[in-house]
Design a protein around this ligand. Structure first.
Ligand code: NI
Length: 195
């Protein structure tokens, strides 16, 4: 029995292909609604608290490049090491308006006051931020941060967390995971190029 002529016609194949493209495009638009084409899907709006009772938002950061790092004050090694390295980099850029936001992944223990106290031993342009569980959860999702409680036997806990230093440009757009595995001078030179 012969197939209907339409079934295999070039027109029908083109219609099917065009439909497939449209479905794919619609699916992409559904999952990535408010993003510029090609922009990395990292970052987003946030509003978090400093030790002196101020709120810092992504809008406040516009105009200068900045770094964002997630961690917590009970962290035994990774966080203090990263913050010390960032301090060294900032130390090569005296007086330059390059802030670093240190955002807690442990808001239950890290109040804004504790965060402020903790960062006071590093470069003064490192700002400690905390927020409600929901606020922290939202900013973690925006930056695709992995953070999870790891309970210990004595009822205490640590936080397993990803350790990425995010470089944001003066427009608040994510540039790259900032490389600290080089000399502070080299890192500073790159950071300065975004001023
Ligand atoms: Ni840590």
């Amino acid at each position: 029995m012969p197939k209907p002529a339409f079934a295999s016609s070039p027109t029908r194949i083109l219609v099917l292909l065009a439909s497939a493209v449209l479905v794919a495009a619609a699916g992409f638009a559904f999952y990535y609604p408010a993003r510029r084409a090609g922009a990395p899907l990292i970052g987003g709006p946030f509003a978090l608290q400093t030790a002196d009772g101020k709120t810092v938002t992504d809008k406040d950061m516009l105009g200068h490049p900045y770094l964002v790092y997630f961690g917590y004050t009970h962290c035994p090694d990774v966080c203090p090491t990263a913050l010390a390295q960032i301090s060294d980099v900032l130390g090569k850029l005296p007086g330059k308006p390059v802030k670093t936001l240190f955002i807690t992944v442990d808001p239950e223990r890290d109040t804004p006051a504790i965060m402020g106290d903790y960062v006071s031993s590093f470069d003064s342009r490192i700002v400690g931020l905390s927020g409600t569980l929901r606020e922290i959860d939202n900013v973690e999702k925006a930056f695709r941060v992995y953070a999870r409680k790891a309970e210990s036997k004595n009822g205490d806990y640590a936080m397993d967390h990803s350790s990425v230093v995010y470089l944001m440009d003066r427009n608040g757009e994510f540039v790259e995971a900032f490389n600290l595995e080089r000399s502070a001078a080299e890192s500073a030179k790159e950071l300065e190029s975004y001023l």
